[in-house]
Design a protein around this ligand. Structure first.
Ligand code: SF4
Length: 494
């Protein structure tokens, strides 16, 4: 089957090549059009939607959700990206509300893919901000999250790595997100109780609390869409006993704007309470209440991040790639040279950093599973070839080099300076050609990443980064704190 799943347009009964007939059919080269949506399909083997018979055996007569195309995600995974949004007609909206009202509490057996039918109905109602869906969505919130159904896979197909059962946690999570989009801040009161799901009994082993951890993480994501009330509620998730949930809350709170940053320094350090100095800092250089002191001198500190915590989070930004039998992890590191150094490790073994010019030529590194050849190819592809010890053909894979930045951008906390959001990346140094430094990464509307690199030698003084609406924003290093500051832009000379 194609890597992205056999629930693709090529096997759909709405495909103009074999109308009414599911399966690959006998005219693989004929023009392909979706008869249900009236759009041409360029790449039917990698195009998907919830109306496919694997998801919608009842043949719903109107489009449900958007059309997706498959594209490589982190590592060797595939993700799905919207290429044709859902039609926004009254008939479609009414039809989706009807599907929501008829949705059973127990999940139905379905092909394992990211495009599950019931979830897509709910997602689309959220996208439409469809107020008529609110009663139905509240009903879904009350579904039993662990009600399960087996996955359904065609006889001639094996789906490696798929869970054998599906539950209702993802469906409830989508209902939470849809309510947050439709109701905004008032949805926080409905969603906050879900941060306590599965935590009712105290003193249990961790695995008890892990059962509903995905539901709590989804509740946290939905609350992050509920304005200040949602974000206030999110503080509770910082204390969650499961690291995935508390980490998600930290990540979500890391997106707060400067208006709320007096708490962020404490949040990133993993401590509670606005205005408290993080423990372990005997004489914090930053008075966290400075923002509210009218007489404080310029430039004024507005936010401090704990550098050891940033270094710990940096470790979560490596990308895993499967090269034959070996799982190789890689991450880019930046210096004042153009391009990036590549760090490579297998398990606890880390090879010497690869400088940009060496990567362009093709670099060899020995790792426990054999010898790796890594090369930055034209068009930004990174090729990874493993020659395992003991002979046999080499294992080669290729990834887009920009995919290396995604995990870093996701793992590191964000600060918003004026209107610009940066991920704050701390490199502790100690590798050849890579002194300790801070890199700020901005992602633009096109998905491109922009980097500003500052070694510690520069950060002993304030480095001014940008000016927004008459205010200058800068950063400096102060002991174990990375301090962001602001001051009014000087008036232009008359
Ligand atoms: S877009 Fe959906 S309904 Fe249309 S052919 Fe593809 S899978 Fe079938």
């Amino acid at each position: 089957m194609p890597n992205g799943g056999s629930d693709n347009c090529a096997t759909c009964w709405h495909n103009s090549r074999h109308p009414g007939q599911a399966g690959y059919g006998s005219f693989p080269d004929a023009r392909c059009e979706c008869l249900l949506r009236g759009v041409p399909i360029e790449d039917p083997l990698f195009t998907y939607c919830p109306n496919h018979p694997h998801h919608d055996p009842g043949k719903t007569p109107f489009p449900v959700g958007p059309i997706y195309v498959g594209e490589p995600g982190p590592g060797l995974t595939y993700t799905r990206k919207v290429i044709v949004p859902s039609p926004r007609t009254e008939a479609v909206r009414q039809g989706l509300v009807g599907l929501l009202e008829a949705m059973p509490e127990k999940p139905t057996a379905e092909y394992p893919s990211p495009t599950r039918f019931h979830d897509e109905v709910i997602l689309q109602l959220g996208e439409f901000k469809e107020a008529r869906a609110v009663p139905g969505l509240r009903r879904v919130l009350a579904f039993a999250p662990l009600a399960r159904a087996p996955i359904q896979v065609p006889e001639d197909e094996a789906v490696l790595g798929a869970e054998p059962m599906v539950d209702r946690i993802g469906t409830i999570g989508r209902a939470m997100e849809a309510l947050a989009k439709i109701l905004g801040e008032p949805a926080a009161d409905l969603l906050e109780p879900y941060l306590g799901s599965g935590l009712e009994k105290k003193g249990q082993p961790l695995e008890v609390y892990e059962k509903l951890a995905p539901l709590r993480a989804l509740a946290a994501r939905a609350l992050a869409l509920c304005g200040d009330r949602g974000k206030a509620a999110l503080q509770k998730a910082l204390q969650d006993p499961v690291a995935d949930v508390s980490g998600e809350a930290r990540r979500l709170l890391g997106c707060w704007t400067l208006a709320a940053t007096l708490t962020l320094a404490v949040v990133v350090g993993g401590h509670a309470g606005p205005g408290e100095a993080p423990p372990g800092i005997s004489s914090p250089a930053l008075p966290l209440a400075a923002e509210t002191t009218p007489a404080s001198p310029d430039p004024r500190p507005i936010l401090a991040l704990d550098i050891p915590e940033l270094e710990r989070l940096r470790e979560q930004g490596w990308l895993g790639v499967q090269a034959g039998p070996a799982r190789i992890e890689m991450t880019p590191a930046f210096s004042d040279k153009p391009g990036f150094h590549l760090l490579v490790r297998e398990g606890p073994f880390e090879a010497a950093a690869i400088a940009p010019e060496e990567l362009a030529r093709g670099a060899f590194r020995k790792v426990p599973s054999g010898v790796l050849t890594l090369r930055l190819e034209p068009k930004g592809m990174l090729s990874v070839t493993l020659e395992a010890g003991g002979g046999g053909p080499p294992h080669r894979t290729e990834i887009p080099s920009r995919a290396l930045i995604g995990p870093i951008y996701t793992a590191l906390p964000k600060v918003v300076l004026g209107i610009v959001e940066y991920a704050v990346v701390r490199e502790r140094g100690g590798r050849e050609g890579l002194p300790p430094a801070v890199t700020l990464i901005r992602k633009d509307g096109e998905g491109a990443y922009w980097l500003a690199h500052h070694p510690d030698t520069e950060l002993s003084k304030v480095v001014w980064l940008l000016a927004v609406d008459g205010t200058l924003y800068g950063v400096r290093k102060d002991g174990r704190l990375l301090v962001f500051l602001k001051k009014p832009l000087p008036p232009p000379p008359s």
